[in-house]
Design a protein around this ligand. Structure first.
Ligand code: B4P
Length: 185
């Protein structure tokens, strides 16, 4: 099983991914977490990614695709994998298609978490992460509209997209996701 979560910043991708991965016993691959770990560990990738994240921009596709390519083979060899926050641009989605084709794997489903902007801003300001300042949040919302939202059409055309309302309690959102998940092969 290979699932993608797409949604604007603060839509609950990370929050729900943890719950769903525990429930389904599949691997959780979060590019945001991986990039933050690289910054923390002061690696070359971390030093390249930090400034982009601080500004609320996407980290360059080439860096992210390389990072995911290395992890996906390992994670995907178990019972399945949930990609949380990847792909985030059309070039990333095309690169993922190439990676999967090479491994003879297919996407099971793409789940969009849909939350109104006002609520996103409130959630992110409450979280107080270094990239959660008012200015950065506005930039991240804009980047989502321009670079990530087009992916919804990309996957809709392939019949893979399910949209889930991401407002309400974490339990309510989890139940909505549960209701649209594919049954295991
Ligand atoms: P991410 O780490 O993916 O973070 P996010 O989009 O801000 O958050 P997410 O949607 O996971 O929200 P969460 O569950 O935490 O990305 C951070 C940055 O990394 C990006 O801006 C970019 O620079 C870089 N990056 C990552 N992937 C990349 C890629 N593929 N390409 C290029 N760059 C990339 O929830 C947010 C808050 O809401 C939490 O405090 C949570 O407790 C709360 N919350 C969640 N659900 C709630 C609910 N139902 N009700 C109330 N609050 C809720």
């Amino acid at each position: 099983m290979l699932i993608i979560f797409i949604g604007p910043p603060g839509s609950g991708k990370g929050t729900q991914a943890e719950r769903i991965c525990t429930r389904l016993d599949i691997a959780h691959l979060s590019t945001g977490d991986m990039l933050r770990a690289a910054i923390e560990a002061e690696t070359e990738l971390g030093s390249q990614a930090a400034a982009y994240m601080q500004r609320g921009e996407l980290v360059p596709d080439q860096l992210v695709v390389e990072m995911v390519g290395e992890s996906l083979g390992r994670a995907n060899s178990s019972s399945g994998c949930l990609l949380d926050g990847f792909p985030r641009s059309l070039p990333q989605a095309e690169a993922l298609d190439g990676l999967l084709q090479r491994e003879g794997k297919q996407l099971s489903q793409v789940i969009e978490l849909d939350v109104p902007d006002e609520e996103l801003v409130q959630r992110l300001l409450a979280r107080k992460r270094p990239d959660d300042t008012s200015e950065t949040i506005q930039n991240r919302l804009q980047v989502y509209q321009q670079q990530t939202r087009p992916l919804l059409d990309y996957y809709q055309q392939r019949g893979l997209l399910e949209s889930v309302r991401g407002s309400g309690t974490m339990e309510e959102v989890e139940e909505r996701i549960q209701a649209v998940l594919p049954t295991r092969d």
